[in-house]
Design a protein around this ligand. Structure first.
Ligand code: RUB
Length: 305
């Protein structure tokens, strides 16, 4: 029940954002495990993990988090459950710590009184902005609308309630205002082995525009956002969402020759990224391979044979 309920909320985006998806999936697995008492523990856990994995395809955080928890061991059901619960608690605690560290590390990179631009709604990116603001380094934050789901409104209300000055712009105004921006700070759903960042659709246009204006692009990404699958040649699947997020049915129903496209994410090549701030340090995108090799061993195992 808890697993299906969480899966439903992730699918319909009541639970959203790569970090949050991962944490809520882990909580659901933990809760489910507490109620599995029979010998079919492994089988039932595997089925529950698959239900959660099949919700949103792009954020590798979900995959890594589930792999982490499903790496449990033990000889008896009791031992397995105890081990799984321990791993789940550890993962959740690590996420909290990661956000804090990313905030601290990222804020050090911000100089003076700066104007920042952010896209969508990323907990990790906002962690840097909040910490920098606490240190008196933020003048104003440009917040993009982030069509079609308008997650920019969540960012806007969060920053506003914390007394941070904002400017709200539609996505197509990014280049127009880039000359007023000192740093672009965004989050990530996945970081590939070659250092590309997959994030909310429109991120690559912002990065391109920043590159043109020589504005540094900082990506805030915990290590569990790095994709071990890409090291083994898999491509990141870009989620294509429903057309009615873009246009209401009363309009599309009248169109006979139009297909509405609604990709939820895009890929920004590493050339347009200055820095990826992780909980283990601020690294160039070229170091993505090392993060995967050294910090995601548990998630790489599946690809061994
Ligand atoms: C959210 C999004 C966020 C990343 C990082 O997309 O693209 O920038 O997930 O977020 P959606 P966080 O709204 O479609 O889930 O730093 O919170 O993990």
């Amino acid at each position: 029940m808890i697993v299906e309920e969480t899966a439903r909320k992730i699918k319909n985006m009541e639970i959203r954002g790569a970090g949050k998806i991962a944490v809520e999936a882990v909580k659901a697995l933990k809760e489910f495990a507490l109620h599995v008492t029979d010998e079919a523990f492994d089988e039932k856990m595997k089925r529950a993990a698959d239900v959660l994995l099949n919700t949103r395809p792009t954020a590798v955080s979900l995959y890594n988090a589930i792999r982490y928890v499903m790496g449990y061991s033990g000889n008896t059901v009791e031992e397995k459950r105890k081990n799984l619960v321990g791993l789940a608690d550890e993962f959740i605690e690590n996420v909290k710590l990661a956000h804090k560290k990313i905030g601290m590390i990222g804020a050090r990179r911000i100089e003076g009184k700066s104007t920042v631009m952010t896209h969508c709604n990323s907990k990790s990116a906002l962690s840097i902005i909040r910490e920098a603001h606490k240190q008196g380094k933020i003048e104003r934050v440009f917040v993009t609308e982030s069509r079609p789901r308008r997650q920019g409104l969540i960012t806007l209300s969060e920053l506003d309630s914390e007394g941070i000055e904002t400017a709200f712009i539609v996505d197509s105004a990014v280049r127009y205002y880039m000359r007023d921006v000192d740093y672009v700070i965004v989050g990530a759903d996945s970081v590939t082995a070659n250092g590309a960042v997959i994030n909310k659709i429109g991120t690559s246009q912002i990065a391109l525009s920043a590159h043109e204006a020589r504005v540094p692009v900082i990506v805030a990404a915990e290590t569990y956002k790095f994709s071990p699958k890409t090291l083994h040649g898999e491509r990141v699947i870009i989620e294509e969402r429903s057309p009615d997020e873009v246009l209401p049915e009363e309009i599309t129903a009248k169109l006979r020759h139009c297909k509405i496209m609604n990709p939820a994410f895009d890929a920004t090549p590493r050339e347009y990224i200055d820095l990826i701030v992780t909980e283990i340090g601020a690294i160039p995108p070229e170091m993505a391979f090392i993060v995967i090799r050294d910090y995601l061993k548990y998630a790489l195992d599946e690809f061994r044979d």
